[in-house]
Design a protein around this ligand. Structure first.
Ligand SMILES: Cc1cc2nc3c(=O)[nH]c(=O)nc-3n(C[C@H](O)[C@H](O)[C@H](O)COP(=O)(O)OP(=O)(O)OC[C@H]3O[C@@H](n4cnc5c(N)ncnc54)[C@H](O)[C@@H]3O)c2cc1C
Length: 563
């Protein structure tokens, strides 16, 4: 049985940063990923990473922008930590070899991003995530204390008799073998859940696995109703056109030729917070001022052509290949699309969840630094700062304990559960059909604008799909790279995520950040300046329990939010 002081599940930026920190803290580390690590979704991050590094900027300004961006739902103690530790994290990456853009003076160069009062986004063209991910992967390979398990899929977490999380059970994708991994401390860094929506900017692997794994063990999920719609995604397929385009000077137009952001955010215009810009676009489209197919136009020709080729070359190719548009010469049709989940597994500022021995970091976690709305380029930062903090803390805790016992009975139970899935004969719909129905209802009823009736309907669909998923069969009965079995398991994870999102959205009877309720259009600080947590109550088929946590305020009192 493989055993490690610290087991990290997920090898995107959060997982790799956590693994490196734990190894440097003296722990033996196992890091598991269902895909090759450099194919993690962090690889797709285009625009950049925020830090107040410039002497004219300050961490306080970065923190205030983040608090305001979160619509005052972010916990200010956590936001302060993230913004204070950001500059050091960027310099650390630079020293490891990340080729951040440099300006004409040879200094690290920045670009403007939405909701920020200073240009503080550091970047590598529009492949920032890829650049950082490869540098961290090199570091990971260097460490003898880190053992990599690539293309292993975690199906369930295991506990010892006292309830301490003692490891995880995996399926080795190469041969289908089921294995038990034993660990003193477990860090979930499994990324987001965008695949429960269709379309989404997220990769196919973003199915909310870690969120569901923790939820099934009884961990509370927090702020799950806060799902970000990014303002500039390609209509139809959801591919992302980075906010960096607007940061470099691109404008938005409706079909009447108006630069409509003048009406919604006269001072920040296209660089208002994402929730604000997405709502503005959706309003233009719904009120009949959009183009055919329900889009508005992003005009990147405002940016000098040389600069586009230097700083936005990836989206030149994305728009050409997936929309047939040359962004250096013509506007590209875009619309708001699913992008990011602000919510996740509730943690403290060291990544520790309320379950003994279990941590979460990155998009899977809710610390909460993003509250109701995440600022662009704050997520890469979140993965690194809180990934590192979780790794440091887990290594320290591991030193002070012996290996907890993980019983083989749990392994046998999981083996028969998976055998049962493989053994099912198909009688009803395929996984892909259930997945498509889920994506459709979420994108229709749990999107930019929401109301009670639509949310109730979405909950009914999710509950029905949960029932149907219990008997869904696989066509592939083999053991080698059986993607079919994984898709059944992932569907179950996605439905758990969807349940928590919809429950949170029904409960929050106000409009704040990404949650806009047409039946409760105002923010209501008296009743709702608090987090909603959703916890599974253990009995199959029952709805989860809801609870509330106060928002931590340090120096910023809630104010009206205008841009
Ligand atoms: C297109 C796009 C562009 C973006 N651009 C930016 C940007 O410019 N700036 C910014 O700040 N943010 C950006 N974001 C958001 C940011 O990239 C992500 O939030 C962040 O990279 C998530 O990192 P992570 O480490 O938490 O997860 P991921 O990078 O998604 O990694 C998850 C890991 O978990 C593993 N895993 C998942 N489930 C299992 C399982 N069951 N068993 C084993 N392993 C599992 C996966 O294999 C993977 O290694 C962007 C997001 C997208 C989708």
């Amino acid at each position: 049985m493989p055993h490690h002081d610290v087991l990290v599940i997920g090898a995107g930026l959060a997982g790799m940063r956590a693994a490196l920190a734990a190894a440097e803290g003296g722990a033996t580390v196992g890091i598991i990923s269902k895909v090759h690590p450099v194919r993690s979704h962090s690889n797709a991050a285009q625009g950049g990473i925020n830090a107040a590094l410039n002497p004219e900027d300050s961490w306080e300004s970065h923190a205030f922008d983040t608090v305001k961006g979160s619509d005052y739902l972010g916990d200010q103690d956590a936001i302060e930590i993230m913004c204070k530790e950001a500059p050091e994290e960027i310099l650390h990456l630079e020293h490891l070899g990340t080729t951040f853009h440099r300006n004409e003076q040879g200094k690290l160069g920045t670009r403007a991003f939405g909701g920020a009062s200073a240009a503080r986004t550091y970047y590598v063209a529009d492949i920032t995530g890829q650049a950082i991910l490869h540098v961290l992967y090199e570091q990971l390979m260097k460490h003898e204390a880190v053992h990599r398990y690539e293309e292993f899929f975690v199906t369930v977490l295991v506990q010892d008799d006292s309830g301490h999380i003692a490891g995880a059970i995996t399926r080795n994708l190469r041969d289908g073998a089921i294995e038990l991994f034993n660990a003193k401390q477990v860090i979930l860094a499994t990324g987001g859940n965008g695949q429960i929506y269709n379309p989404t900017t997220n990769a196919l692997v973003c199915t909310g696995d870690g969120i569901a794994l923790a939820y099934r063990m009884g961990a509370p999920l927090m702020d799950m109703e806060m799902v970000q719609y990014h303002p500039t995604t390609l209509a139809g397929n959801g591919l992302l056109i980075t906010e960096g385009a607007r940061g470099e000077g691109a404008h938005l137009y409706n079909a009447e030729g108006e630069r409509f952001m003048e009406k919604y955010a006269p001072s920040k215009m296209e660089l208002a917070s994402r929730d604000v810009v997405s709502r503005a676009e959706q309003t233009e489209i719904e009120e009949g001022r959009g183009f055919d197919g329900g889009t508005v136009h992003l005009d990147i020709t405002k940016v000098p052509r040389k600069r586009i080729h230097e700083a936005l070359r990836e989206i030149v190719m994305i728009a050409r290949d997936f929309a047939g548009v040359d962004i250096t010469r013509e506007p590209v049709p875009i619309k708001p699309g699913n992008h990011y989940v602000m919510g996740g597994i509730k943690t403290d500022t060291d990544g520790l969840t309320p379950l003994s021995g279990l941590y979460a970091a990155g998009e899977t976690a809710c610390v909460s630094v993003h509250g109701g709305n995440r600022l662009g380029a704050n997520s890469l930062l979140d993965t690194l700062v809180f990934g590192r903090r979780a790794g440091v803390r887990a290594a320290r805790e591991a030193k002070a304990m012996v290996m907890p016992s993980a019983s083989r009975a749990q392994l046998e139970h999981e083996e028969s559960a998976i055998e049962a899935i493989v053994g099912r004969e198909r009688t009803g719909r395929r996984v892909s059909e259930l997945h498509a129905e889920l994506g459709r209802i979420m994108d229709t009823n749990v999107a930019v604008y929401r109301d009670e009736d639509g949310l109730r309907e979405a909950l009914e669909v999710v509950k029905r799909l949960q029932e149907e998923s219990k008997t869904v069969a696989t066509d592939d009965k083999g053991t080698i790279f059986n993607q079919d079995v994984l898709s059944v398991l992932e569907l179950g994870f996605m439905l758990d995520n969807a349940e928590a999102i919809v429950m949170g959205a029904i409960e929050r009877k106000e409009s704040r950040g990404a949650q806009y309720r047409t039946d409760f259009p105002d923010r209501n600080d008296d009743d709702w300046l608090r987090h909603i947590t959703v916890t599974q109550n253990g009995s199959d088929g029952e709805l989860p329990e809801l609870d509330y946590t106060e928002v931590t305020l340090t120096q910023w009192q809630p104010e009206a939010r205008t841009y």
